[in-house]
Write a protein that binds this ligand. Structure first.
Ligand SMILES: Nc1ncnc2c1ncn2[C@@H]1O[C@H](COP(=O)(O)OP(=O)(O)OP(=O)(O)O)[C@@H](O)[C@H]1O
Ligand SMILES: [Mg+2]
Ligand SMILES: [Zn+2]
Length: 505
């Protein structure tokens, strides 16, 4: 007797429908899984066998074959456990299970038959909805995230026995109600507030501009000057995630297996991978490609502290994503794209010893050392940094004497106002920030005054800046004007934008 269940294979951020056919006949005990399963899917046999036994479900005797179709699609991961177990159970019973052709099943099985969470539940729920299925049954821990997709009935289950009894029509599994995304943001008290940073007005202003338009920043300064502190405070001036952004970000985190128990990312991501991080963990990859840190930072911030310490080849991988907001991960069989529209926030010392720009200390580095250190950051990478900020040490007597600075909440209000202007301006394009504007959009949306344009052209020629730098400076100038609530980009806005370009040569 044979039977069939439905599940999905997650490829990148999308899922493809997979049919699980189970067949068994009398004979010597054999259990095969075919249809390009990887090692983890092969191991499903052991988990399924044990889970069926422990759940006191009849276990088929003889020769069993499970086929995963389409056969040319490689299958990886543990989500096939549940659909395989149910298909075998149905085959043993000889039918009598309801809605198997209307239900998408996914879940990892523990040896005792309980269900363990999987990755990519949101993508699977979207697949089920798009294919016109009625419902999806998955581990309870994944129900909240699947319920973000409207138009599909979501049931979260705890064990194989429960799912089997439900499909036999004996019990009910409660439906997880569809979740509405609202802008209502649970205001968290940020760990670090700008008011605790004494002085550093120049750096704070630059970070406000960066937050205001989604621009990339590199901070340079001697040890202990407050770079890491500024970065830790940065999330407190960022606007909340829009509902549409929450869904985008949650989908990435779901596939990466990084979602918390709430099943929804509500705070703008802030990722700070260590400089020893591998290329794959930073940009994504693997046999069945997973998103890396740059995609987990999508719609948020990627903070790279001790910037030059990251491997040069690792940093070079950032070039394409910094340009177009996506990363392409190629593997032998497939090429997938993940979103990676993040703001880069980087920090570094001016030289290996750290004191080259500190007037109170002597730098002990040889010129060769310094030049080797800087060479780790290639020209094309630096070209993508919009704001280069010098963060000098604030003298100790000032640290004690200076009043607390402006609180983050006040800065954040200005940032939100500036972003609202940008959103409205580029409404028809769906672009949210000036940082995202590309080619033609820059021409139509940023109309600098004639004298502002002249100043910029003059600077570009004088400092031999690239075409990319030209457009990036223009975008920063646009943000500065937006923060000021001014509709045309004037000379002063371009002049300020230019200030942030020439610190590191
Ligand atoms: N302007 C400042 N206002 C308030 N505290 C400061 C300031 N500058 C430095 N500090 C204090 O000094 C500590 C060290 O600063 P931080 O770790 O940010 O330095 P850094 O620039 O990242 O140095 P490094 O280059 O060594 O990483 C902070 O935790 C903070 O307590
Ligand atoms: Mg630091
Ligand atoms: Zn030095």
């Amino acid at each position: 007797m044979s039977s069939r269940t439905l599940t999905g294979s997650v490829i990148g951020l999308d899922a493809q429908l997979v049919e699980v056919e189970a067949n068994h006949w009398m004979g010597q005990y054999k259990f095969h899984v075919v249809g390009l399963p990887d090692a983890m899917v092969q191991e499903a046999r052991e988990r399924v066998k044990s889970a069926l036994r422990q759940s006191r479900l009849p276990y088929p005797h003889g020769h069993m074959v499970v086929n995963l179709a389409p056969a040319d699609l490689r299958k990886g991961g543990t989500l096939y456990d549940l659909p395989i177990a149910i298909a075998l159970h149905a085959a043993t019973r000889g039918g009598g299970m309801q809605d198997l052709d209307q239900t998408l099943l996914a879940g990892e099985l523990a040896l005792d038959g309980s269900l363990r969470p999987i990755t990519g539940a949101l993508s699977l729920a979207a697949l089920a909805r798009d294919r016109g299925l009625q419902s999806i049954i998955l581990p309870e821990a994944n129900a909240a995230e699947a319920a973000l997709i409207p138009g599909i009935t979501v049931r979260g289950a705890t064990s194989l026995a429960q799912v089997a009894a439900y499909l036999r029509g004996e019990i009910d599994i409660p439906v997880t109600p569809t979740r509405k995304l609202t802008v209502e943001h649970v205001e968290k008290t940020p760990d670090a507030d700008f008011s605790c940073i004494r002085g550093q007005e120049h750096a704070k202003r630059a970070l406000e501009i960066a937050a205001g338009g989604g621009h990339n920043v590199l901070m340079q300064g001697p040890p202990g000057s407050g770079k890491t502190l500024l970065a830790r405070c940065f999330p407190s001036i960022l606007p909340p995630l829009e509902p549409s952004e929450m869904l985008e970000v949650t989908r990435v985190w779901s596939v990466a297996g990084a979602l918390g128990s709430d099943g929804l990312v509500t705070d703008r991501p802030f990722r700070s991978p260590h400089h020893t991080a591998s290329g794959v963990s930073l940009v994504g990859g693997g046999t069945f490609p997973r998103p890396g840190e740059i995609s987990l930072a999508h719609r948020g911030v990627l903070f790279l502290d001790e910037f030059p310490e990251f491997g040069r080849s690792v940093l070079e991988n950032l070039r394409q994503p910094l340009e177009d907001g996506t990363v392409t991960v190629s593997r032998i069989q497939q090429t997938v794209k993940f979103p990676a529209r993040f703001m880069l926030l980087a920090a570094m010392n001016p030289c290996p010893c750290g004191y080259a720009t500190d007037p109170g200390r002597t730098c002990t580095c040889s010129p060769l050392h310094v030049s080797n250190y800087r060479k780790r950051l290639s020209g094309p990478l630096l070209d993508r940094i919009d704001l280069l900020i010098e963060v000098p040490k604030v003298p100790t007597e000032k640290l004690l004497a200076l009043e607390p600075g402006e609180p983050s909440s006040a800065i954040r209000e200005r940032v939100i106002r500036a972003r609202d202007i940008q959103k409205t301006r580029a409404q028809e394009t769906g672009v949210l920030t000036n940082g995202e504007l590309s080619g033609e959009m820059i021409r139509t949306h940023i109309r600098p005054k004639e004298d502002a344009k002249t100043l910029l052209e003059h600077a570009v020629n004088r400092f031999q800046l690239s075409g990319r730098a030209y457009f990036r400076i223009l975008k920063v100038a646009r943000t500065i004007a937006d923060l000021a609530g001014v509709e045309t980009v004037e000379v002063e806005h371009v002049a300020e934008a230019l200030q942030y370009r020439q610190v590191i040569e």
